[in-house]
Design a protein around this ligand. Sequence first.
Ligand SMILES: NC(=O)c1ccc[n+]([C@@H]2O[C@H](COP(=O)([O-])OP(=O)(O)OC[C@H]3O[C@@H](n4cnc5c(N)ncnc54)[C@H](OP(=O)(O)O)[C@@H]3O)[C@@H](O)[C@H]2O)c1
Length: 296
Amino acid sequence: MKILATGMSGPIGSAVLPELISAGHSVTRMVRRPAASADELAWDPLQAIPPEQVSGYDAVIHLAGETIVGRWTAAKKKRIRDSRVLGTQHLCQALARAPQKPRCLIAASATGYYGDRGAEALDETSAPGNNFLAGVCREWEAATTPLRDAAVRVVNLRFGVVLSPRGGALPKMLPAFRMGVGGRVGSGAQYWSWVSIADITGAVLHALHREELRGPVNAVAPTPVTNLEFTRVLGSVLRRPTLLPMPAFAVRAAFGQMGDELLLASARVLPSKLQSSGYEFRDPELGGALENLLRK
Ligand SMILES: NC(=O)c1ccc[n+]([C@@H]2O[C@H](COP(=O)([O-])OP(=O)(O)OC[C@H]3O[C@@H](n4cnc5c(N)ncnc54)[C@H](OP(=O)(O)O)[C@@H]3O)[C@@H](O)[C@H]2O)c1
């Protein structure tokens, strides 16, 4: 396929890109700087895109967005929201008006959609949450409507906590855990819906090819765990003690609202649509996933 892709320089994109290429697809990357080669296309997510620039691709993979890591000042929250909502609107409006539209769009979203939900089992039919990230995810997914209305198949992949050696949660936790000073976060009762980077690339490729998949699709492992269980398993894979908890007040003091919504919030999300469409997980269990990531 001829694929157009955004956000390919991040931890997820840089794992997805080589798999697309080794599967024989040709990929044009949209980049937020002048294009440096024939397989790059410059764009500014905050500006409208001429439809003819994005015409003639079979599929589009859209991952771009301001990193959510960092202090959530008012300006940072605006960048988190606008980079996703406006970037997606501009891309989808251009694709919907393109002389030759793609057959599908695979767009990133996040399990942040569900907000803070305790131990409730959540699937794609569950209602959204009501915190900042949930609001961003709702608007981010809604921004794909112009393309859906143009009869293009759209999959909104709600990524969970992606475990990758290249970025995201794991490399930030590892130094403390390796030194033996890791521990649960807050009460540890909150669910973390994790997914290995191998299954993220697997889910993106699966979504590209499965015509029956459309709308929101949870990209999480089938075995979400509490933070306490995550801590225990990570300690046992690293063979280190995990006795030093980080109390909720310390999380809030260190990370502010980001700590509340990313580290202390609970979402027990299940991959119902991936499983019913026949996706087979490469890393269905946390212990095996961490072994694969950390012991290679
Ligand atoms: N990693 C996770 O655990 C996780 C979990 C849930 C959802 N997600 C979502 O999945 C997507 C990819 O994740 P990732 O971890 O690979 O993300 P990331 O590194 O935070 O960002 C992905 C890419 O977005 C582009 N980008 C950065 N700032 C931007 C801005 N202000 N405006 C527009 N684009 C910008 C960059 O690509 P270029 O420089 O090439 O443009 C960057 O490499 C993101 O939208 C993220 O929110 C990730």
